[in-house]
Design a protein around this ligand. Structure first.
Ligand code: NAD
Length: 470
C-alpha cells in the first residue's frame, strides 16, 4: 500500500498501474501485495515436496476477478463513477469468504492478495470457507453517509449473483462496518425476496442476524493467539500478556478493540495510532479514553497526557508486543531494524514484507502471521453464518468459548508445524537433492511459512480429493 492518492481526474484502473510503478521506482522492495502473496506461497511450497507443479499454479492464482464500474450522485449533486473489485480466490473448501474495504488506495492486486490470504486463513483455522475479498476505490472521508450508502447498494447490485450465501460471502474490512453489512444484506435481500438471505453477509448488526462477539472477534482472536503463543514459550521470559507493554498501530475495529482487550488482561498499552498519527505514554494509557477522544475529534492524536509521534516513530517504540492493525507493508526492509518489540502480532493483513519477515526471524522476534493472528474475524463470521442458516443466536460466552478453542488449536498446529519442519530440514533437503532440485537449501522457517505449509497442504488435499474436474 502506498500513500499515493488517486488524483480526482484519473481513472482508478490507470491509477493502479501508476501506484505499482511508483512503488517499484521508489522502493528497493516490491510492495505489490499480490506479488508478496505469491512470493510467500512459492517460498512455502518449497517445503512441500509432493505438491504437483500444475496444482501449485492453480492454487496460486484466483479463480475469478470481477471489476465493476458504477455511478452515484453525490451529496453536492455531481455524478461520480466508482470502480469496485470482488476476487474469489478459491472455493475448494467451501464458499468464498472475505471482507469488503473502501479506501482510495484499493487496487485489484491488493484485493487479489487479500483474497488469497483468506483462503490460507480459513484453512489454518479450519472453517469451511474458501477465500475472497472485495473493495471499492473511494475515500469515505470525503463522502457523506448517504454517498457511502449509495456506493454500497450500487456495488452489491453490480456484483449481482456473484455473491450469495453458498457461493461468496462478504464481511467488514477497512472503512466498512456493521452499518455497511446491513446495507449489503438489505440490497441482496431486495434482489432475492422470499428466502432466508441472512447468511449472504456476516458482521451484521445483532438485530438482523449478526453474531454476538463478531465486532470484537478479530481483536479477541489476536489476543487468544498471543496468549497461546506466549504460554508455549514463544518469547523467552514473557509467558503472559499481564504487565506486557503493547503498541497498537491502527485504531479501528481490529486495533482499538485489541487495545481494550489486552488492557483488560493487564497489559500496558503505551502507544496507539491512526491515519493521522500516533500518541505515546510510557506509563500506559486507557484505551477507553483514546476511543472517546477519537469519537470526539476523529483521531487519537491530542489525547491528554500523551506525546504525539508519527506512524513511523510509533513502530519503533520499545515494547513487548507490537500489534500492526492498519494496512499492508508497514514493516519493511527499510524500517525493520528499528522495530523494538519482542513479539509482532499481525492483526492487520499483510503488514510485514517478506524481507522484513526474514530479518525479524533472524533477530529472534517472532511474528504471529496475519493468516493466524487475525483469523478470529472469519471464525466468528463462520459462526454467524452457521447461526443464520439455523435461525439461531448463540450467547456471547458460547461464541467466545468456541473462538478460544479454534484459535488455540490453530496456534498449536502452526507452532507444531514450525517445529516439525525445522527438525526435518535434513530429510527435506536430501529429498530435494534426490529429485535434482538445484536451488539453495531450505532454511529454518518462521511461523508464517509454517502456517502457509499447513494451509496449502490442507487446500491441496481437498482439491485432489474432490478431483480435478472433469
Ligand atoms: P478500520 O477501518 O476499522 O480501521 C483501520 C484503522 O487504521 C483506522 O483507525 C485508520 O485510521 C488506521 N490507519 C489507516 N492508515 C494508517 C496508517 N498508515 N498508519 C496508522 N494507522 C492507519 O479497519 P479494520 O477493520 O480494523 O482493519 C484493519 C486491518 O485489520 C486491515 O488490515 C484488515 O484487513 C484487518 N482485518 C480486519 C478484520 C475485521 O473483522 N474488521 C478481520 C481480519 C483482518
Amino acid at each position: 500500500m502506498t500513500s499515493t492518492q488517486t488524483p480526482p481526474d484519473t481513472h482508478p484502473l490507470d491509477a493502479d498501474a501508476q501506484k505499482v510503478s511508483s512503488v517499484v521506482k521508489t522502493q528497493t522492495e516490491d510492495l505489490n501485495p499480490f506479488h508478496i502473496a505469491q512470493h510467500q506461497f512459492d517460498h512455502a511450497a518449497r517445503y512441500i515436496p509432493d505438491l504437483k507443479a500444475g496444482l501449485m499454479d492453480y492454487l496460486k492464482f484466483p479463480d475469478r476477478v470481477i471489476t465493476v464500474e458504477f455511478p452515484i450522485e453525490t451529496h453536492d449533486g455531481t455524478v461520480r463513477n466508482f470502480v469496485g473489485y470482488r476476487v474469489l480466490h478459491s472455493r475448494a473448501r467451501g464458499p468464498g469468504k472475505g471482507g469488503i474495504r473502501y479506501h482510495p488506495d484499493v487496487t485489484v492486486d491488493e484485493i487479489r492478495a487479500l483474497a488469497a490470504w483468506m483462503t490460507w486463513k480459513c484453512a489454518v483455522v479450519d472453517v469451511p470457507f474458501g477465500g475472497a475479498k472485495g473493495g471499492v476505490v473511494c475515500n469515505p472521508k470525503e463522502l457523506t453517509t448517504s454517498d457511502v450508502r449509495k456506493i454500497t447498494r450500487r456495488f452489491i447490485t453490480a456484483l449481482g449473483d456473484n455473491i450469495g450465501p453458498y457461493t461468496d460471502i462478504p464481511a467488514p474490512d477497512v472503512n466498512t462496518n456493521q452499518g455497511t453489512m446491513a446495507r449489503i444484506f438489505d440490497t441482496y435481500d431486495m434482489m432475492h425476496p422470499g428466502r432466508n438471505n441472512r447468511p449472504v453477509v456476516t458482521g451484521k448488526p445483532i438485530d438482523i442476524g449478526g453474531s454476538f462477539g463478531r465486532r470484537e472477534a478479530t481483536a479477541r482472536g489476536c489476543l487468544f493467539t498471543v496468549q497461546r503463543a506466549l504460554s508455549r514459550g514463544m518469547v523467552e521470559g514473557l509467558d503472559s500478556v499481564k504487565d506486557a507493554t503493547v503498541v497498537v498501530q491502527g485504531f479501528g475495529n481490529a486495533g482499538s478493540i485489541a487495545a481494550e482487550l489486552f488492557h483488560e488482561q493487564g497489559a500496558r498499552i503505551i502507544a496507539v495510532s491512526d491515519s493521522r498519527g500516533g500518541v505515546v505514554n510510557s506509563d500506559g494509557l486507557d484505551p477507553a479514553d483514546a476511543i472517546e477522544h477519537k469519537r470526539k475529534t476523529k483521531s487519537v492524536v491530542g489525547l491528554s497526557g500523551t506525546k504525539t509521534v508519527t506512524n513511523e516513530e510509533l513502530l519503533t517504540v520499545p515494547c513487548d508486543i507490537l500489534i500492526p492493525a492498519a494496512l499492508e507493508n508497514q514493516i519493511r526492509a527499510d524500517n525493520v531494524h528499528e522495530i523494538n518489540a519482542r513479539l509482532v502480532a499481525e492483526a492487520a493483513n499483510g503488514p510485514t514484507t517478506p524481507a522484513a519477515d526474514r530479518i525479524l526471524y533472524e533477530r529472534g522476534i517472532p511474528v504471529i502471521p496475519d493468516i493466524l493472528c487475525n483469523a478470529g474475524g472469519v471464525t466468528v463470521s463462520y459462526f454467524e453464518w452457521a447461526q443464520n442458516i439455523e435461525n439461531e443466536q448463540w450467547d456471547v460466552d458460547v461464541v467466545n468459548q468456541k473462538l478460544l478453542v479454534k484459535m488455540n488449536k490453530a496456534t498449536d498446529v502452526v507452532i507444531d508445524m514450525q517445529q516439525e519442519l525445522n527438525t526435518s530440514l535434513k530429510q527435506l533437503n536430501d529429498a530435494r537433492k534426490k529429485r535434482g532440485v538445484a536451488d539453495t537449501p531450505l532454511e529454518p522457517v518462521e511461523l508464517r511459512t509454517a502456517a502457509y505449509v499447513f494451509a496449502i497442504k490442507r487446500v491441496a488435499d481437498v482439491t485432489l480429493a474432490r478431483g480435478i474436474w472433469p
